[in-house]
Design a protein around this ligand. Structure first.
Ligand code: PEP
Ligand code: MN
Length: 346
């Protein structure tokens, strides 16, 4: 359930309610919205407790939450959550564009890509330092060296960076170098990793597992938030279906559905979602039209030479074209891109 506090409730009243919930055996979490404060309370709900809480000074109402994902659910929080990654906001009016290569391959490659992303109007740079590959013989990532290169790119361009973490060790390493961590599709139900990122306060880009239902995906987000880190951004990246013509089937209906079910921001990855660079632009447009808060796009300075995911990586010119097309959609979806994005890609 959530305890919704009155707008005028004092800190003392909020603390008293928190204490009472604690005494009644609830696990609590304070959610401070722009308009009001609500206290999420997970535990066994008895009607006598509800009555007692309802009568406490400063309490407006008690709302039971039926969904199994209590903290993620929109039932407990009406307003959209907006998450700051460096100076970029995700989930508000801003359309957040994350772009960069699948993997950090070298200092030269990543720095070149980072400047290309910036020029095109991208706001966050991506690049994998730890690559979870299907084959143990494929390129596994530069690990610590990759993290150092990402940090250098962030400092050189002024843009924040995101990288995937694959276990608790890589998470601890990444915390010193990046602005956001990604939990990839293959690790969406790695519950120890979810708990570990939940115990930090770094923003987490949580990809949908390749055969995860929406409820399983939202429960994965619940794992993170229940550990105390509310800075979760969901990412639809395609699911496995019978179709083999595309790498995955990009489930765009997930975007408005998840936004109905949850207050968390939702972005889309049309690169892994299709596996085909020729489909990235139309699916980017479709994702934004469906209400996505942003995109994560693979772009490589020379896709033909990429060590991973070349066929789905845009060229720098194609990234600029996608940005130009997106700017045409902005009035229709009442969103904004930073002015440099519009100017540079027009
Ligand atoms: C990636 O972003 O490079 C990646 C491996 O993504 P996913 O986990 O969605 O496959
Ligand atoms: Mn990739």
């Amino acid at each position: 359930m959530v305890v919704v506090m009155e707008m005028s409730s004092s800190n003392q009243q909020i603390e008293a309610v928190n204490l009472k919930l604690d005494q009644l055996g609830f696990q609590t979490q304070m959610i401070r919205g722009v308009k009001r404060i609500v206290i999420g309370a997970v535990g066994d709900r008895r009607s006598s407790d509800i009555l007692e809480l309802q009568l406490m000074p400063g309490v407006e109402k008690i709302v039971p939450i039926m969904k199994p994902y209590k903290l993620v659910s929109r039932e407990g929080r009406d307003e959209n959550t907006v998450i700051k990654v460096g100076n970029v906001t995700i989930g508000g009016d801003n359309l957040a564009i994350i772009a960069g290569p699948c993997a950090v391959e070298s200092r030269q490659q990543l720095l070149t890509a980072a400047y290309q992303v910036k020029r095109a109007g991208g706001q966050i740079i991506r690049g994998g330092a730890f690559k979870p590959r299907t084959s143990p013989y494929s390129f596994q990532g530069l690990e610590l060296e990759g993290l150092k290169i990402l940090k250098e790119a962030a400092q050189a361009t002024g843009l924040p960076v995101v990288t995937e973490v694959i276990d608790e060790g890589s998470l601890q390493m990444a915390l010193d170098y990046v602005d956001m961590v990604q939990v990839g599709a293959r690790n969406m139900q790695n519950f120890r990793l979810l708990k570990a990122v939940g115990q930090t306060d770094i923003p987490v880009l949580l990809k949908r597992g390749m055969s995860a239902t929406i409820e399983e995906w939202l429960m994965a987000a619940e794992y993170i938030i229940s550990e105390g880190n509310g800075r979760v951004i969901l990412c639809e990246r395609g699911i496995r279906t019978f179709e083999t013509a595309t790498r995955n089937t990009l489930d765009l209906s997930a975007v408005p559905l998840v936004k109905r079910l949850s207050h968390l921001p939702v972005i889309v990855d049309p690169s892994h979602g299709t596996g085909d660079r020729g489909l990235v632009q139309p699916m980017s447009m479709a994702a934004i039209a469906a209400g996505a808060d942003g995109l994560i796009l693979e772009m490589h300075p020379e896709p033909a030479k990429a060590l991973s995911d070349g066929p789905q990586s845009l060229t720098p010119e194609e990234l600029e074209q996608v940005m130009g097309q997106l700017s045409l959609l902005l009035p229709a979806v009442a969103r904004q891109l930073p002015t440099n994005a519009i100017r540079e890609s027009a």
